[in-house]
Design a binder for this molecule. Structure first.
Ligand SMILES: Cc1cc2nc3c(=O)[nH]c(=O)nc-3n(C[C@H](O)[C@H](O)[C@H](O)COP(=O)(O)O)c2cc1C
Length: 232
C-alpha cells in the first residue's frame, strides 16, 4: 500500500507522533512524508493560473508538485495538524488552497474517488473537531468517500510533556484505527454520487469556466463515464 502522510507543522510534535504511530500499523507499505510549511512556504496568491490553465502554472508549482504527485499516487492519505486558534494550522489550509481546482465543481482528480483518508488533529484542549472539519471538507469535495477522523487533547504545549497514559492510549487507538481502515473497502457514498451529478448539471448549463467544461468533456463525464468506475 502507498501511503502519503502530510503534517501541518514542520516540527515533530504530538500530531506528528500520532500520525507516525498510525503508519507503524501498516506493514510493507511505501510511505512518502511531507512537512508543511517547510515544503510549501508560500500562500496562494489568488492569481487563478490553476483555474485558467492548470496546476502546473501555479507560481508555486515547483514546490507543490512533489506533494501533488504523492497525493495522486497514494492509496491512503494521512493528514495531521496541531490545533491553532481552534482550527487546523494555516500551513495545512494553504495546502488545500493550492489544490482548490480539485474540488468537484472544478476539475476533480479521478484517483481521489478510490482513496482512503485519515484526518488527525491534536489540540491542547479544544477546537479539534473544527480542525478536522477544515480538512475533511476539502477531502469530501475532492470526491473521497472513505474518510476517518481522529482527535485528541494533548493537555500540553510540547510533545515531551505528554503523559505516558496518553501515549499508551494513542498507541491503542492507532492500532484500532488501522484495523478499521484495513478492513473497510472503499464504497462511493450516495452523497458523493449526488454531488457529482449536481456538478455535472452545473457544467452542462455553463455555470463554469470553459477550461473546467473542457476537462469534464475530455473525461467523458458529460456522457456516461463516471470517475469511480475507472481508476485512470
Ligand atoms: C499558535 C497556537 C495556537 C493554538 N491554539 C490552540 C487552540 O485553539 N486550541 C487548543 O486546544 N490548543 C491550541 N494550541 C496548542 C496546541 O494545539 C497543542 O499544544 C498541540 O498539542 C500541539 O501539537 P504539536 O505538538 O503537534 O505541535 C495552540 C498552539 C499554538 C502554537
Amino acid at each position: 500500500m502507498n501511503i502519503t502522510i502530510i503534517h501541518g507543522q514542520s516540527h515533530k510534535g504530538t500530531s506528528y507522533y500520532v500520525g507516525r504511530e498510525l503508519v507503524k500499523n501498516f506493514d510493507s507499505c511505501q510511505v512518502e512524508e511531507f512537512f508543511l510549511p517547510k515544503v510549501i512556504p508560500d500562500f496562494c496568491l489568488g492569481c487563478y493560473q490553476c483555474l485558467k490553465k492548470d496546476l502546473s502554472h501555479c507560481p508555486h508549482a515547483e514546490k507543490c508538485q512533489p506533494i501533488t504527485e504523492a497525493m495522486k499516487n497514494a492509496e491512503l492519505l494521512i493528514f495531521t495538524t496541531p490545533v491553532y486558534c481552534m482550527r487546523s494550522s494555516a500551513a495545512m489550509k494553504s495546502l488545500f488552497e493550492h489544490h482548490f481546482i480539485w474540488w468537484m465543481n472544478h476539475r476533480p482528480e479521478n484517483s481521489m474517488f478510490f482513496k482512503k483518508a485519515i484526518v488527525i488533529a491534536v489540540g491542547a484542549g479544544g477546537g479539534m473537531k473544527k480542525a478536522t472539519a477544515d480538512i475533511k471538507v476539502n477531502l469530501e469535495n475532492w470526491g473521497i468517500s472513505a474518510i476517518w477522523s481522529y482527535s485528541i487533547a494533548s493537555g500540553v504545549m510540547l510533545w515531551n510533556e505528554v503523559s505516558k497514559k496518553k501515549l499508551d492510549k494513542i498507541k491503542r487507538d492507532m492500532r484500532d484505527l488501522a484495523d478499521k481502515i484495513k478492513r473497510k473497502s472503499v464504497r462511493i457514498k450516495k452523497g458523493q454520487k449526488f454531488h457529482f451529478a449536481y456538478m455535472r448539471f452545473i457544467q452542462k448549463i455553463n455555470w463554469c469556466t470553459p477550461e473546467d467544461k473542457a476537462y469534464w468533456q475530455e473525461k467523458g463525464w458529460h456522457e456516461h463515464v463516471r470517475p469511480w468506475r475507472v481508476n485512470l
